[in-house]
Design a binder for this molecule. Sequence first.
Ligand SMILES: [Zn+2]
Length: 387
Amino acid sequence: MGDQTYSRRVMRCSDSNRLLRKRDTETLHMWYECLTKERRGSEYLKKFKQISPSCSVALELLTPHTEFCNVRKTRKDLMDLQRTIEKPVVVQGIGLHSGKESHITLRPAPPDHGVVFHHMRHETDIPARPEFVVDSHHATTLGVNGSRIQTVEHLLAAAAGLGIDNLRIDVDGEEVPALDGSAKEFVALFERAGTVSQPSPRQALIITEPIRVGNERRWIQILPGTAFQISYTLDVDHPLVGTQAVSFPVTERAFVSQVAGARTYGFLRDVPSLWKQGLAQGGTLDNAVVVGKRKVLNGNLRFQDEFVRHKVLDLIGDLSLLGRPLVGHVIARNAGHALNYQLVLAIKDALTVTSRAIRSATRARVRERESDPVLQKGLQPLPGAAL
Ligand SMILES: [Zn+2]
């Protein structure tokens, strides 16, 4: 199945998902878990057809996606080479939250450098890593020793979506420009800069155990899988949003055509409170979708389900803080930056535990060998051998 057919299926799927009720979307996620854990998708599908016709439509459409990802992601894909950009590029604009003008320059960086912001006024480097997140309220802010760079997620999503591992981002200001509120213009900027492979392999971060954060209403979990996939459900008590659900494999093509263009959004009713908190100072109809009581103030949406797609965009940006391409299926419901960040920390913790477990198992094996008299004998230096 080609990517185009796949995209059409996703579109059809999200259309049908508009019919889903809250209970159905829960069921959908449950099905996903069952499929991944127990490989009993078709059995569950039969059951859900009886429970809910609209849900079963979505499930049928989603089934080939999972299979599609499974067969396409081979070991070779996981051993891709790292990438950076070919030449520096510059962009400027107003920050969504600060309302202040800033200039950024994207520059190539060597292998294993990762994505690192450089706060030009303070001459400080701020790596795009979980330990440098200083705020995840309404946007992701990175900082070190009082230097802060706000709203990094859309730019990070564009870099991750295009498979760029190493990048230096000079920021003359306090916030990444909002541009049109999506990652579309960042994608265009990266395309202008060109990308190149580097002589160093990527190290994929392969999820081996389910990890979950959140509560009953808002949660994210990541399950083992054979590729990076995001399934997202957004439930908002507003007639223009309602329940929206999508599922994407995070490939470059799917990212560019299905996710990158989805703009950030806000509700008109929340604007006074955001302003009071010093947020959304630079928000306009040119960089955010504003949802009024009965209509979207900007006119047309770019996608019928632009809201949930933007949530996927934010999630891709926040997860890129892990610094390695993920192999696992992320399933989220009504999450946000704070919860995305919690998942990043949970994955990081799991990794540390795993590496600790591996290290202690290795140490135990070494000790075992050291005390084995047969092996001990073999380890005795030969007469005259240089050690
Ligand atoms: Zn966003």
